[in-house]
Design a protein around this ligand. Structure first.
Ligand SMILES: *Cc1c(COP(=O)(O)O)cnc(C)c1O
Length: 406
């Protein structure tokens, strides 16, 4: 019995032997199933699904989404470039983020971005100025901060008063009216995104109600708003969470929109890719400890930082000879005490076994780093009987690409 979605052990063993470890393995069938689920849930309503690239920007994944007709949500010019490289349309892309640089706004406008989601008054001025400079009109949504507690980890909550994101609701009305007077701005709607790994629909509903109340006030005063961007954030099951289904989530959003003639934009990241990816690592050694043993593997926070950063829990399974389980911490080789993949686990492992880290398709490879001078891992996409390397393992020379010495 497999406790989390993953390819068969035999396949993972073969891939690890062939391509080495640590290794990302993505399953195209899971990606396709998620895409279909999201498309089905919003079918029949005016909508656009904009995949949040920061969850996993691997070109092969973006290409698959672009071919399926999804749009994108990006937070930097680099992500926009990735979308274009993978065949995605800038016109179907939303640009979010609190600190867009002038040159990023210029590049997004030149590419024909679908929407710049503006997060502050100074940013609105900057967008207006850059658009004027380029003799263009910028399609803009105002991202509001609805002041709700998303009930998620504080590092990934974005919709409460103290978070840096969005425009406070009580300032957004006057800013929207002001935006409508600016020659470089075409204001088309409001946007809201309250956080990530949401497992409860109540905060989503509260955020949307508040945003729609503002929307209604603005349209009543004569603004023509055609879109509502409900953001992303739908959670997945890592352990025992019970996130709402995509269908329930979509039904809630559609119910909130009601009879309003609005295009609904959603920006799922994690929910589209988390379950489609595993990280395969090899056990280097098992080290006895005072409280528990340490299972030291060849992947760590440079590959998957979520356990270290958010205290996140990922399912782990060992592929190897069975033995009597012992209590242990599964750790990486990096020189940080926080470099842990799994705390307080009970499993059996010995040197040479493979450890499969589940539900690792989101915020894994996209948050990976060169810390401790570790070349980035390779990635393979499984597609039916085909297993294609979609990212080559970095070489040692890649570590100092661009550096110079006297
Ligand atoms: C991160 C982010 C998303 C995606 O969040 P997930 O939890 O991965 O769905 C969507 N929209 C915005 C503005 C974001 O910052």
């Amino acid at each position: 019995m497999q406790s989390f979605p993953r390819p068969p052990d035999k396949v993972l063993q073969r891939l690890a032997a062939r391509h080495g470890t640590p290794l990302w393995v993505y399953d195209a069938a899971v990606l396709d199933a998620r895409i279909a689920e999201w498309q089905r849930a919003f079918d029949g309503s005016d909508h656009r699904i904009c995949y949040a690239v920061k969850a996993n920007g691997t070109l092969a994944i973006l290409q698959r989404f672009a071919r399926a007709g999804l749009g994108f949500d990006v937070v930097s010019c680099g992500e926009l470039a990735r979308v274009e490289r993978a065949g995605g349309a800038p016109g179907d892309t939303v640009f979010s983020g609190v600190g867009k640089r002038a040159d990023e706004i210029d590049a997004a406008l030149a590419a024909g971005i679908g929407s710049l989601n503006c997060e502050s008054a100074p940013e609105l001025e900057l967008i207006n100025a850059r658009a004027g400079n380029a003799r263009l009109t910028a399609p803009v949504a105002l991202r509001v901060n609805p002041g709700v507690d998303a009930g998620t980890h504080r590092h990934i909550a974005t919709g409460d008063h103290d978070d840096k994101f969005g425009i406070p609701l009580d300032e957004a009305a006057s800013l929207a009216r002001y935006a409508a007077t600016l020659p470089g701005i075409a204001l088309h709607g409001l946007a809201v995104h309250i956080g990530s790994q949401l497992t409860d629909l109540a905060p989503v509903s509260a955020a949307l109600e508040r945003t729609l109340a503002l929307h209604d006030a603005l349209t009543a005063s004569g603004l023509r708003l055609t879109q509502l961007d409900a953001g992303g954030g739908l959670g997945v099951r890592y352990r025992d969470e019970t996130p709402p289904s995509v269908a329930d989530y979509a039904a809630l959003l559609r119910r909130c929109i009601g009879e309003r003639k609005l295009r609904l934009v959603v920006e799922p990241g994690r929910a589209l890719v988390a379950e489609a990816g595993v990280l395969v690592a090899r056990v280097e050694l098992v080290k006895p400890g005072a409280q528990h043993a340490f299972v030291v593997v060849d992947a760590g926070m440079s590959e998957l930082i979520r356990p270290a950063l958010y205290d996140a829990w990922h399912p782990l399974e060992v592929i190897g000879m069975p033995g009597e389980a012992f209590s242990c911490e599964v750790v990486g080789p990096l020189c940080e005490s926080g470099d842990v993949l799994g705390r307080a686990r009970t499993l059996y492992a010995e040197a040479g076994d493979l450890v499969v880290v589940g539900c690792a398709g989101a915020y894994g490879s996209s948050m990976s780093s060169h810390y401790n001078a570790r070349p980035r891992a390779a990635a393979v996409m499984l597609d039916g009987n085909d297993a294609r390397v979609v990212r080559k393992r970095e070489t040692i020379a890649d570590l100092w690409r661009g550096e110079t010495m006297s």
